[in-house]
Structure formats: C-alpha cells, structure tokens
Design a binder for this molecule. Structure first.
Ligand code: ADP
Ligand code: 5SP
Length: 476
C-alpha cells in the first residue's frame, strides 16, 4: 500500500465466492497503490447461497482498507462470480439469498430444459453452451418450481456483478461475458433468447440491458461507499472474463485458475459450441469468446481433505497407488451433480501424504481432462499454462499441474488477476483504450516460468480408470 502513482487511479473489484478483493491501480503504469479484502459467507448443506447485501458490505469494507486512494479513483469496474441468481423486489432488495454457481440443486430443471430445447447439441449450437445446473436459467427454473412465491415477488433478476454495478450507478446493466453464463443469452444471436425465457417463464423486462464492450454502465451515484461520486463505472463482467482481461490474454494461451472453482480457458476467435457440455461457450468481455470448463471442487475440497488428514496443505508425499476423486460438492466437470468424494486403491502402506497428493491429482485431472476440448486451432500444443487463483501460490498445486499436464507453467507475479482485469476495464474506459492492451502495457502476465516435466501417465491412467469404473457410484 501507499506506492507512488503517476497517472489517474482506477479501482478494480473481484466479488468472488469467498471474498471481495479491491485494488486501486495507477491507470498508466498498472502499479497497485492500495488493496483491500473482506470475506463472504456461503450457506452450508445441500444448497449454496449468499446474501447479496453482504457483497455490498464487503465491497465497502475492502474499499475502506484502500484508504484515500479509493476516494481519488476516476473509474471503477466490478468483476463477479458468474451465474449466481440474484432476485430483487420492486424496491431493489433481495427477495431471498442468491443461488450461487456451485449449487447443484437445479440438476433436474437443467435436464428438462435441455431436452425441451431439442437436446445438448441443439443447445450448444444455439446458446453456445449446454445449460447445466450452474447456469442461471436452471436456477431460475428451480426457484419457480420450489419457491413459487419468491419467483412471483421478483421484479428484477441480476447476476452478482450486475447487482453491485446497479447499486453503484443506479443503472440495470450487464455485459456479454457474464450474460453468456445465464443460459438465456444466445451466443448465436448475441442477444436474450425469447424462447428460452418463455420456457422458464421469465419476462425479459426483468433483465438488465447488455452493454457493448467498452461501453460505460454509468457513474458512481451511491453515497455510502468510499468512492468519489461521479466516477466512471465500466460495465464489469464475470470473474473469469475479468481475469482474461487482467492477463491481456491473446487467443490460444491456456489459463488454469485454482480458486473456489477450478477453471481452464482460453480466448478464442471462434464461437464455441461443444455438444458434450464440457466446455461452456462463454463470450469474453471484448468481442471474442472464452471457451471454459469449470470444476466445483478445487481448493476448498483439497483443503478439506488436508484438514481431515490433519495435514498442512503442502504436506504431500509421492508414490502409492491411491486415487481420490474429490467431488465433495457434486461435480460439474465431469457432469456428476449428485456425486460425492470417492477414494480407491488404499493399502496398508498408503500414507496420509500420498492420500493428500491423490486429492490434488484428482482435482487437477478433472480440469486437465477438459483442456483439450477448451483449446482450438488458435492454440499451440506446447503453449505454457498460465496458472492463477489462490491455489497458484501453492507448491503442491503447481507441481501437480506440471506433473499431470507435461506442459511448461507460468505463474504471473500479479496475484489478483480478476480485480486487475476489472481495473484494466476501468482504465480502458477512462483512457479510451482496449482493456486487454492496457493489461499488456501493465505486464500482468509476467512471472516465474517452470519448464515442462515428464507427464505422469501412470497416475493419469489410474484416475481415468477409477472415474470410468466408479461411474455408477458417482451418478448415484
Ligand atoms: N499459499 C497458498 N497455497 C495454496 N493455496 C492457497 C494459498 N493461499 C490461498 N490458497 C487457496 O486459495 C483459495 C482461494 O482462492 P481465490 O482464487 O482467492 O478464491 P475465489 O475463487 O473465491 O476468488 C483458498 O480456498 C485456498 O485454498
Ligand atoms: O461458475 C464458474 C465459471 O463458469 C466459476 O468460475 C464462478 O465464476 C466462481 O468463481 P470463483 O469464485 O471461484 O472465482
């Protein structure tokens, strides 16, 4: 904190599942002059819900930690966890807690919707994605079926980042990146899909307008945050799209993000349409695409298994033949919403450290299995993986990715890439520049490079066989 700045200041916000992070950044140089972070809570049990009001409170707390720097900002932008269903009443207050991306309760509604739209292939061609339980459309259908009074009382439907942008500006605005994770925005037409909306009984009038890339959402009108009134507010975007901006990502460069969710993605110039549903055909926050696969069980699942074993998260040991599929919350990639964790291959001589390593392997395997589908002709086969998210700070995570991918890995020195990407979007708006070009000027993708290691094909094959043989259990 407290670094000198030369240019105007911008604020980038990352409102993710576990916390809100804010960065105040020099728009010219990319120097981070102040940072803040405040936690959120997510409900325990079958569902995953958060009260949107705590995101607003956390935003205020994180900005307050930035001190005077935030009060001097000329522009702001919000990146947020994707897909969450925020339902507001006529006064703009939440009707109920938001249903989050990792809530698998809408599995049956998702299946019905996909069938009604002509099956997975037709969905992928039309929408860009097969709308699994993560997608907002499935969550809305679940709400209507299970809490009709709450659906009836809803006067506005928002995504997490739109909710915050609207409280900042008073404007109901989203962007194509986050909209592409709803399931009611079709990538084939780049607009809301009237048939999908009709199928789930959602009035398009309840949705925000979709800003064009580079367009402003408005200006700060809220008086209860330490931000200057009148500062420009960019449209914001989903957290993965924001991280892509934050890295100044060029087409074909693969990213692996280890956070509450695990994600693998790359910017593409081709509109994705994966009929298997493994790859979501998201739009990016500019004019391109962001094919992406996402797992529900990443850092939290492995940390939970480390805690069960009574070990530090770095206390892994090599060897042994145990396999852990750490699907504690059900899983999205592979699509096994009802799954729980599965352990196979335990022997008398299996150590706790080997079991922990097997949990890392299982989490990384699920992501890497999807990587080949994510990458298209824009991608070089030996391109290094950019490793980001909280887990990228961990040696065990990094070494597992190297061992199972056989690819070089680059860990950018810049850590909060979602918030940096939001800051780049704000700077782009302020300076009239492409936000990805801003991030490249800031040099955000520079970091330590780890050369390719020989791929551990034996571990990979054990994992693949356990996943195939365990299918009946995992589908239960
Ligand atoms: N030094 C570290 N080593 C390994 N993992 C870490 C480290 N610091 C944080 N993490 C992991 O990062 C996760 C949070 O990642 P983050 O990307 O900030 O989450 P989110 O996806 O909610 O934004 C935590 O669950 C924790 O397991
Ligand atoms: O659902 C997805 C991507 O489709 C997740 O990546 C969410 O966007 C949550 O992100 P984090 O809180 O893990 O950053």
């Amino acid at each position: 904190m407290g670094a000198q700045s030369a240019g105007p200041l911008v604020v980038g916000v990352d409102s993710s599942t576990q916390s809100t992070k804010t960065l105040v950044v020099d728009a010219e140089t990319g120097v981070v002059v102040a940072r803040g972070q405040a936690p959120h809570t997510v409900s325990d049990g079958e569902g995953k819900e958060s009260d949107p009001r705590q995101w607003w409170r956390a935003l205020g707390e994180a900005l307050a930690q930035c001190g005077d720097a935030a009060r001097q900002a000329s522009a702001v932008s919000v990146g947020g966890q994707q897909h969450g269903l925020v339902t507001l009443d006529a006064a703009g207050a939440p009707v109920r807690p938001a249903v989050l991306w990792n809530d698998v309760r809408p599995a049956a509604e998702s299946e019905r919707l996909i069938a009604g739209l002509g099956g997975a292939e037709a969905c992928a061609e039309r929408l860009g994605s097969v709308p699994g339980p993560a997608f907002t459309v499935a969550k809305w259908a679940w709400l209507r079926a299970n809490e009709p009074a709450a659906a009836e009382a809803t006067a506005a439907v928002r995504l997490p980042h739109d909710y915050l942008t609207e409280r900042l500006t008073g404007e109901a605005v989203t962007d194509r990146g986050d909209a592409s994770g709803t399931g009611w925005w079709a990538s084939s037409t780049e607009s809301y899909d009237a048939e999908v909306l009709a199928r789930v009984g959602l009035d398009a009038g309840l949705l925000p307008r979709v800003a064009r890339p580079g367009e402003a959402a408005g200006t700060v009108h809220a008086g209860d945050l330490p931000l200057p009134k009148g500062a420009l507010v960019a449209a914001g975007t989903g957290d993965n799209m924001a991280a892509a901006l934050g890295l100044g990502l060029r087409p074909g460069r693969p990213v692996l993000s280890l956070g509450t969710s695990g994600t693998v993605y790359a910017v593409s110039t081709h509109r994705p349409a994966d009929p298997t549903g493994t790859v979501a055909g998201f739009a990016d926050a500019r004019g391109d695409w962001l094919p992406l696969a996402c797992t529900l069980n990443c850092t939290l699942a492995v940390d939970r298994i480390a805690a069960l074993l009574g070990r530090d998260r770095e206390a892994v040991e090599p060897g042994g033949g145990a396999v852990v599929l750490p699907f504690l919350d059900g899983e999205r990639t592979p699509n096994l919403p009802g799954a729980s964790g599965l352990v196979h291959g335990l022997r008398h001589d299996t150590t706790a450290g080997q079991l922990l390593q097997a949990a890392y392997d299982g989490a990384v395997f699920a992501l890497l299995q999807a990587l080949d589908r994510v990458l298209d002709e824009d991608a070089a086969a030996d391109a290094p993986l950019l490793l980001i998210g909280g887990g990228a700070k961990g040696t065990a995570w990094r070494e597992t990715v190297r061992r199972l991918s056989g690819r070089p890995v680059v860990v950018p020195a810049a850590q909060e890439l979602v918030a940096l990407g939001a800051a780049a979007q704000a700077a782009g708006l302020l300076l009239g520049e492409d936000p990805a070009a801003v991030a490249r000027r800031w040099g955000t993708d520079r970091g330590a490079r780890y050369e390719a290691r020989q791929r551990d094909t034996a571990a990979w094959e054990r994992l693949a066989a356990t996943l195939a043989d365990g299918e009946a259990l995992l589908r239960r």
